[in-house]
Design a protein around this ligand. Structure first.
Ligand SMILES: [Zn+2]
Length: 183
């Protein structure tokens, strides 16, 4: 039996690596079906369950992408310094999930996968939750971080509002994809 890694017990490692190990362990556990092993059994999980697991993995991927080796980065909207592993350090959508900005849409099979990742960035809790995304400053942050062209491309993609139905095998594929990218 593999013991559950403890955050405290992995002293000496950068917080991002500790978090990744912790999450990978819990992701594998969450995908496991009682009394059985193997990916086929994942079909017994509900779509909301899989979406939750996917968000855990994807949002850590984004928080790692947007922080340095010490786990520090800046809120895309207000610039506040954030430390990975704290409640303030979140991953926030530019195009909201309800308007086609879901992180699990179009990944990883569509040619513009990058857009889905560009749509989610490091954000402080206040901007992400309280101020409805701090929308105008989010856009400014995007233009600074990527480019005007990349930001306009994202806005256009949001305006189209495509609805893709993601099936369980798709979600599993995306979960595994992002899990493999975690440090
Ligand atoms: Zn902020």
């Amino acid at each position: 039996m593999v013991p559950s890694p403890s955050i405290v017990g992995v002293a000496g490692h950068a917080p991002r690596i500790v978090l990744a190990r912790f999450l990978i362990y819990h992701t594998d556990k969450a995908l496991q079906v009682k009394g059985s092993r193997g990916p086929r059994n994942v079909s017994k999980k509900s779509l909301p369950q899989l979406k939750r697991v996917l968000w855990d993995v994807f949002s850590l991927y984004i928080r790692q992408r947007d922080t340095d080796e010490d786990g520090c980065g800046n809120c895309i909207s207000c610039g506040k310094t954030l430390e990975i592993g704290t409640k303030d350090c979140q991953a926030g959508h530019y195009i909201p999930k309800g308007r086609g900005g879901s992180h699990y849409l179009g990944l990883p099979r569509f040619p513009n996968d990058e857009l889905a990742e560009r749509n989610v960035n490091l954000q402080c809790a206040a901007c992400n939750l309280v101020e409805g995304g701090n929308f105008l400053n989010y856009e400014k942050g995007l233009r600074h971080k990527y480019s005007d062209e990349a930001t306009d491309e994202l806005k256009e993609a949001g305006a189209v509002n495509p609805i893709f139905k993601r099936l369980k095998p798709d979600l599993i594929e995306i979960i595994e994809h992002y899990k493999s990218l975690l440090a």
